[in-house]
Design a protein around this ligand. Sequence first.
Ligand code: ADP
Ligand code: MG
Length: 253
Amino acid sequence: MRHKALAVSALAKSFNGRRVLQDVSFDVKAGELVAFLGANGSGKSTTLKCVAGLAVPDAGRIELDDSVLTELTGRQLQLARSKAAMVFQKIHLVPRRTALDNVCAGALARVSGLGSLSPFFFSRELREEAMGCLERVGMADRALERVGRLSGGQQQRVAVARALCQRASVLLADEPVSALDPNAAEQVMELLAELAHEENLAVAAVLHQPELAQRHADRAIGLLRGRIVFDGPVAALDQDVFDKLYSSERNAA
Ligand SMILES: Nc1ncnc2c1ncn2[C@@H]1O[C@H](COP(=O)(O)OP(=O)(O)O)[C@@H](O)[C@H]1O
Ligand SMILES: [Mg+2]
């Protein structure tokens, strides 16, 4: 059986007294790409944010690699959490810095004792590792280019390289291709699937288009009003599932 890189159980979250996640339990194994599907407001982003530490769950247990995040605090929590890296729709890179510098910055999440050093002073060793990550995403030839000059698809590749440089074992991607044209979207999805299958990463990706999930993901998890209503191989996604997930509009609870 494959190793569960991420295991979430009984996750619950409310905002201002309104339940947005209820009894959310799932896992993502090393080597698989899992697509999160669901209408706007169904709780997809909040689920990933709870794992990444950008939202604090009210209840539930989150296991990442061999650590139980929900039982850790302080530096231990920070280190354990660095095993998950987030890639967003809106690309969070520094546009005036080179691709290489941006990728090196991924290591900040795991490198201790940087103290007063500028976050843009990086050792040769780290720069070499970052070059390897850029190579992995097919961007080595643009390493010294300012990120702001790259296309959306290229920037998203750099963002993935930064996650690799963080040495994450779980990639959390929230609509990673929503801002890209169809070709670039296809390529970035291919890259994410490759990283899962070849590098044994666990990839959880919120996808706006179910067809992308059907083409690239191994498994899909469907959320409806903060609850999981589908969890199965993408081959099992059919019109009934899509009707359930998307046609009951005004999905908000
Ligand atoms: N920081 C927040 N404060 C209050 N409500 C929020 C916050 N973040 C998300 N929500 C609400 O939680 C619900 C789920 O949001 P979200 O997880 O972003 O959905 P999705 O990503 O599936 O579109 C929505 O109703 C949204 O308005
Ligand atoms: Mg969202």
